[in-house]
Each structure stands twice: as C-alpha cells, then as structure tokens.
Design a protein. Structure first.
Lengths: 308, 519
C-alpha cells in the first residue's frame, strides 16, 4: 500500500495504533474521559458561571450547601458548596487546571532533563555514562515525595513570604520534575544502547554527521516510544505527587487551590458530615489519574514491539 | 455442679464490678493543654487557674453565676476608702489537717506581691496587709480601689508553714524555668487535693475529706488527661475514655451530641473577637491609595456595615457566637444590651459611606489574622475578605500562627488585624486600660481620646459606684460612636461530656467540680 496517497487522517486510520485503539474499549473510554476533563479544565471560564477565586462574588450564606440531589441541595450548585460558599464543581475544575498544568510541566521538565542526560549517557558511554547512571541510582534510593518535600523546604527558606505564593507553582513543578527525571534517564539510555549499534547510526557516523545531529535527529525518534509510555504514566504520578504535596500543605496555597489543596481543606469537615467538600475533589483526582494510567497501559501494550 | 460454678462466676462479677460503679465516682477531664504549674501565684493563665481553683481557695470567689461571694472570708468592710477588714472563717483546715489562720492569708497576699509572682500587677494597689487577730485581716490600698474584691478572687491562699517547710516562700520563677516543690505539689483548703502530678500527662485530684464547705458534689476522684489534638480528644470522648472535654471543637459538636450518651453545653465565653484598623498612620503599609482611609470614620463605618455578622455566625461559627457591638460581654461592669447592639448590616449604605469618604472605587489593604488562636479565626477572616470585596475594598488575607501574629502586631506591623479580648476582672476598666487608653500596650489602632483617658482615671480611683458607672458608660459611648474598633462577636465555648456527668458550664471556661455530679 502506498501511504503517501492517503490524507493525514487516512494515514492515522490505516495505522496499527488506530486499529489497536478502536479494538480497546478501555483506551476509548479513558481517552473520552480525559478529553472531557481537559476541555472543561482549560476552558473552565466558559464551562461554569462561577469564578471561585473572586472572593467578592461569593456569598457566605451559600456555604455548606449539599449536592443538588440531596434534600437541602440547590440546583445552581450541582456538587454543593464549600465552607466559604464556593461552588464545588467550578472549584474542582479550576483546581484540576492547576493540577494538570503542574503535572504536565513537571513531566516535560523531567522528560527533557532525563532524556537529555540518558540519551547522551548511552551514546557517549565511558565515565560520563557512569556518573549519570550512578546519579540516577542515588536519586532512586530517595523516595520522590521526600525529594519534592526537600526542594520545597529549601525554596521556602530562600524565597520571601510575599514571593512565595506566586512562586509556589514553579517550585512545585521543579520539585516534582527533579524527583522524576531518573526514570526517563534510565529508559532512554537503555534504548539508546540498543539503537547506537544499528547500521543507520554507523552509517551516519561514517559520513561525518555530528554527534548532536545523530543523537537528536536519528536516535531520538527511535527511542521515543518507551519514553512516551513512561511519560504518560509519569503524568499520573506527577498529578498525584502534586496532590500529595498540597495535601501536606506544602504545595499550592489555599487562595488558588489545586485538587490536593481542596482535599486537604475539605478534610476538616469530614467528621462534621459535610462529606462532599472533600469527596468530590478526591473522586475527581482518582478518575483523572486512573484514566491516564489506563491510557498509559494501553500505550505500553501497543507501542512495545516485543509484545506485538 | 456446673450451675453452681455459673452462680459463683456471676457472684464474682457482681463483687468486682458493682462496688466500683456504686462507690467510686471518677471524672476524667480533658482539654488541649495542661496547667503550667501547680504554684498558685506563678502563672496567670487559663488552664493553670482552672486547676488551682479545684485545690486552692481565695478570700472571696465567683460562684456558678459569676457573682462575687464569700469563700475563706465570711464578710468584709471598708472602714475608709483605703482600709479594708476581712473576717475569716474559723473552721477552715488545709488538706493535711492544719488550721488556716490570718497568718496564712497575710503570707499568701505578700507572696503574690513578690517579683516572681505573675499576680503582682493584679494586686499592685495593695500597700499593706496585717493580721489583727487569728481570724481578722486588714488590707490597706495605696488609692481607693473599687475592684479590690474582683482582684482578690484570683489570689489563692497557701499555708505559711507548708511553704516555709518546703522552701517555697517565694513563687516559682516560671519564666526562668525554675523547678520548686510548689510547682508539682499543692496544699490548699479547697474541696480537692492533688495525689498525682505528671505534667502534660496525668493529674489526679482526690476528694478532700477535711474540706470545711457543704459537700454538694459526689466525686471521689478527678483525672486531668490533656490531649493536644482536637480530633483525638473528640475520639477519646466518644469512645468513653474521657468524661468531659472543656474545649470541644465547633464542627464536631453535632457529631458528639448525636452520638447518644453524650451531651454538649455551650455558653457565651468571656472573650470578644474584633478587627482593628490603624487610625494614626499617615499611609497604610499595605494600601494602594497613598493615604490612610481608616482615618475617616465613614470608612470604618462602611467596613463595619459591610460585614454580615449573622452569616458568619450561621455558617462559620455554626450558630455558636453572639454578634457584638462593643468589646465586652454580659457580666462585665459597664456592659449594657443597648451598647452591644450592632450597626445594621447594609451593603448599600456601606458603599455610599465609602463614596462619601472619597473612595468610590474602594482601596486595597492586608488583613492579618491568627490561624490557631480563636475559634475558626482564619475562616472568619476569609469570610470578611469576601464581604468587603462586595463594597470594593480589596483585602489580601495573611493568616499565620498566633505567636508570630501577636509579636508582629506588637511591633506595629498591622494596618488591619484580628484580635480577641477577655476580661478576667469582669470590669470594663480592664478593656479600656489595654485597648483604648492613649499608647496602651494593645492599643494597636492608635486610638486616642482625652475624654476616654480622663474616664479611665475615674474608673481607677472612684469608689462612688454611680459616678464610676457614669464614667464607664460615657467612655463606651465615645469609643462606640467613633468606631475605634470593628467588633465581630462574643465567642461561645462548648463543653462536651457523657450524659451522666454534670459539670455546670461557666463563661470563664473554669469548671467548678465542687458543684459537679456523676450520676
């Protein structure tokens, strides 16, 4: 078959991946859920009528309204309100946007750092490789949450109070990213070791292509499959890491809450019967992370040539 | 044979369990913190006094209704404005059997005036004490003191002999970390005596069989078991490990009272929560207008009227607060219902006042709040931020732990802040002296009014109660009309206990176990 004659969409439709995708209900469902969550989170201003971060738009008398289907619920607050009268649904969507931004940025940061170091280590070998690999070993012995807590603690020491709230999100991205890069480094190094002895690399070397171009133009596309797989699973991990840190109170400040911050704030009301304040952000986080993980699993099965 | 065994076992159970329920009546009492020391003159602090009150007694005391009445003194009279006579009971014994005489009273009052005492400011007007006979004490004051009895109700009487024998003639120097015999042992005339003291863990009080008073309680033992974490404290109460908690968290009250077998009692506490606005600075430290809007009374009133205190009461305090119009509460000399009436909540009027004052678009300011001092303090502040946002005042909330909050407030760093005030003497003078007098130590709004200052002088030295009350009323009217502070509400305290435990709740948060019963 001559692929070049087909349109872009036709090429996609004709590919193995697409075939595998439409044959996998879990992949379809999780993708569908993720598309909805991403859309609602990034266009939240158009999706919900409330802005929970504008204190003057809130009414305290609306506080602790239960979800709309319960006895005292109001139709305008589908999932109820929290202790300050913020609509839970809007707050969750605004919060998930922050969680997603932090998750994506942290994964991209970890990916760039990890793949850069792993690829070059595998390609050049020698002492450089040894140093990079020992560095990943050392870091893998430290639990990633502990690493992130450490980074956040140091940042709090350095940055003043006024700046800290603004910088919190960047600190969080850095903290989570730095705790996840070794995975990427190891996978990309292993894949590079396989690729670099292949004929196309030798051929490029012989005709005098520079190392940089060989690495990033020729090897990188070929090691991208496993990297994307762990990148997807890493996204779920990063979102959960962000929620954990925020739950512990070292993440995003309560004025602009992320999912983890929302769960933490709601936790105070769990005993007193206002379960929805912590339940819905928590269930949202579970659905989000679970969908990403399912998609990651499917990608691993599909993109791994050994399993096909 | 088998049936006989069964009867034996049954009887054994009866013998083991029946008497313990029938005779011994133990109350297990818990709160967040412990007494700091058993030395009754070393620390003037809530839980410390609460513990001392069970063991020690004073010349006069406040009853269940908070009114002053006789305790160790049966009657008293002032022969001239500066000379008082106290006539003591002649049947009082310390818990070791030793008789209490006027020597002990003179010794205790002088002990409370020593430099290491935390009560020396309390009774600073007492210039001389002497024993006239075995059961009569004369007290001289340096100037007429209308609130001498209020002050004496917190000065506990110790045994001179016991103190001398145990080298505790001077109060424990708590600030310097001194350890003395009196810090971990106590000998008082009160209804209970200490039999075990493990600071921050367990304190055991046993009934004092030599107590002079009419025994109205049926308690044989009290155990004080402090539990710091609120959720753990509630869990301990619900599981039956604890009988009474004297600082139950607001959000868990429903759960406790719905558990069956437990009850919750609430009463207005002697503490008012309010907001302060610096009225002296030329420019707000955290403002955006380049001047100080709080200098204008219209602005202060606009903020006042923009706060929907009923919403805060209903949603944040869950009904457990009393909206306040002045920074003092029922039971304090000078309090009246009329003064305590708030200006109406009216967003329209607030907006108009703000516009009239020259800030039609509002302004920006930082609100400082503690987050671990008062009931739901940070949540109240967050609610205030939203309410003021509705009249265009953009408030940035800065909540932090109480030690930093109070320290930075003392360093004059606050433009707009939250504070709470209690009145241990139950007299308005205490409030004016600390919050309103020019340059007073907690007057961080920098309020200053010559007439108020003059009225405070009258409160200190006027023994004619009508004249003194007139001065108090006048001072309250001035500060209320000026909106020197923005009062929010009187705090409500809640005690949670097992249904069969009956400890009368009191607004100063002090349990009196001598009026308590276990049924």
């Amino acid at each position: 078959m001559d692929n070049r004659k087909l349109t872009w969409f036709g090429r996609v439709k004709d590919s193995d991946i697409y075939y595998s995708f439409i044959k996998s209900p879990t992949a379809i469902v999780s993708t569908f859920i993720l598309i909805i969550i991403f859309f609602c989170s990034f266009f939240v201003e158009f999706v919900t009528p409330y802005n929970p971060f504008d204190p003057s738009s809130l009414s305290l008398m609306d506080a602790f309204t239960p979800p709309s289907w319960t006895e005292d619920g109001l139709a305008k607050f589908i999932l109820g309100t929290d202790g300050q009268g913020r609509d839970m649904l809007s707050t969750i969507l605004y919060g998930s946007r922050i969680s997603l931004i932090v998750g994506f940025s942290a994964v991209i940061f970890a990916l760039v750092l990890g793949v850069g170091l792993g690829l070059s280590a595998g390609y050049f070998g020698g002492k450089y490789e040894m140093i990079v690999m020992r560095l990943t070993d050392v870091q893998l012995t430290v639990p990633s949450i502990l690493m992130a807590l450490l980074v956040d603690g140091i940042a709090r020491g350095i940055i003043t109070r006024e700046l800290h709230d603004e910088m919190a999100i960047y600190v969080l991205i850095f903290a989570i990213g730095i705790s996840e890069w070794p995975q990427f480094a190891r996978v990309s190094r292993a894949a590079t070791l396989v690729e670099k002895n292949k004929d196309y690399v030798s051929a490029s070397t012989i005709i005098g292509v520079s190392n940089l171009i060989i690495m990033f133009k020729h090897i990188l596309p070929n090691i991208l499959r496993p990297v994307l797989v762990i990148g997807t699973i890493g996204l779920a991990l990063a979102i959960i890491a962000e929620a954990t840190l925020s739950f512990l109170g070292v993440g995003v400040p309560p004025t602009t809450p992320s999912l983890g911050t929302l769960i933490r704030l709601g936790n105070d009301f769990l005993f007193s019967g206002e379960w929805w304040i912590t339940f819905f952000p928590a269930i949202f986080l579970v659905v989000l992370a679970f969908s990403i993980n399912l998609l990651g699993d499917w990608m691993r099965d599909t993109l791994n040539p050994k399993l096909n | 044979m088998k049936f006989k065994n069964f009867i034996k076992i049954l009887l054994a159970f009866l013998i083991i369990f029946a008497p313990s329920n029938g005779i011994a009546k133990t109350i297990k009492w818990s709160m967040q913190g412990d007494s700091l020391t058993l030395d009754p003159h070393a620390q003037n602090e809530g839980p410390t006094t609460q513990v001392s009150r069970q063991i020690y007694e004073a010349l006069v005391t406040r009853g269940l209704d908070m009114s002053i009445g006789p305790q160790l003194a049966t009657k008293w009279k002032a022969v001239d404005p500066n000379t008082w006579y106290f006539f003591l009971r002649d049947d009082v014994k310390f818990s070791n059997g030793q008789k209490m005489t006027s020597e002990d009273v003179v010794f205790s009052i002088l002990r409370a005036k020593q430099p290491t005492s935390d009560f020396k400011e309390y009774i600073s007007t007492i210039s001389g004490v002497k024993a006239i006979d075995n059961y009569t004490v004369q007290i001289k004051t340096s100037k007429p003191n209308p609130i001498l009895l209020n002050q004496l109700s917190n000065i506990f009487i110790m045994s001179k002999k016991w103190s001398t024998d145990n080298f505790v003639i001077a109060p424990q120097n708590w600030d310097a970390g001194q350890e003395t015999y009196s810090a971990t042992n106590a000998l008082g005339t009160g209804p209970f005596k200490i039999t075990l003291r493990e600071p921050n863990t367990k304190t055991v009080f046993k009934k004092n069989s030599k107590w002079w008073g009419n025994v109205e309680h049926n308690i044989t033992e009290i155990q004080l078991l402090p539990i710091k974490n609120a959720a753990t404290r509630v869990a301990a109460l619900l599981s039956g490990e604890i009988d009474i908690v004297t600082d139950a968290p607001v959000q868990d009250l429903n759960r406790i009272s719905s558990s069956g077998g437990h009850k919750v009692e609430s009463t207005p506490q002697m503490r008012t929560i309010f907001l302060g606005m610096d009225q002296a600075a030329d420019q707000l430290r955290t403002g955006n207008t380049g001047d100080n809007p709080f200098k204008k009374k219209e602005v202060r009133q606009a903020l006042y009227q923009a706060i929907d205190i009923e919403a805060i009461k209903k949603k944040v305090m869950r009904g457990l607060s009393e909206p306040a119009g002045i920074i003092t509460f029922p039971g304090v000399t000078g309090y009246t219902k009329a003064l305590d009436k708030r200006l109406p909540y009216d967003v329209g009027a607030a907006k108009k006042l703000l516009a009239d004052a020259g800030y039609p678009d509002g302004f920006e300011v930082e609100l400082r709040c503690p987050n671990d001092r008062y009931v739901n303090d940070e949540a109240i502040c967050t609610a205030v931020v939203g309410m003021l946002g509705k009249i265009g005042v953009k408030v940035n909330l800065f909540a932090q732990t109480k030690s930093k909050h109070f320290k930075e407030l003392k360093d004059n760093q606050g433009d707009f802040y939250m504070l709470g005030w209690g009145v241990p003497t139950l007299d308005s003078h205490y409030v004016f002296h600390y919050l309103y007098e020019t340059d007073a130590s907690w007057n961080k709004v920098n309020f200053s009014d010559a007439e108020v200052d003059a009225a405070i002088r009258v409160m200190e030295g006027e023994v004619d109660l009508d004249k003194r009350n007139a001065a108090i009323a006048k001072a309250w009217k001035i500060v209320r009309d000026n909106i020197a502070y923005l009062p929010l509400h009187h705090q409500v305290i809640s005690w949670a206990s097992k249904s069969n435990v009956d400890v009368p709740i009191r607004p100063n948060n002090e349990p009196l176990f001598r009026f308590s019963k276990v049924n």
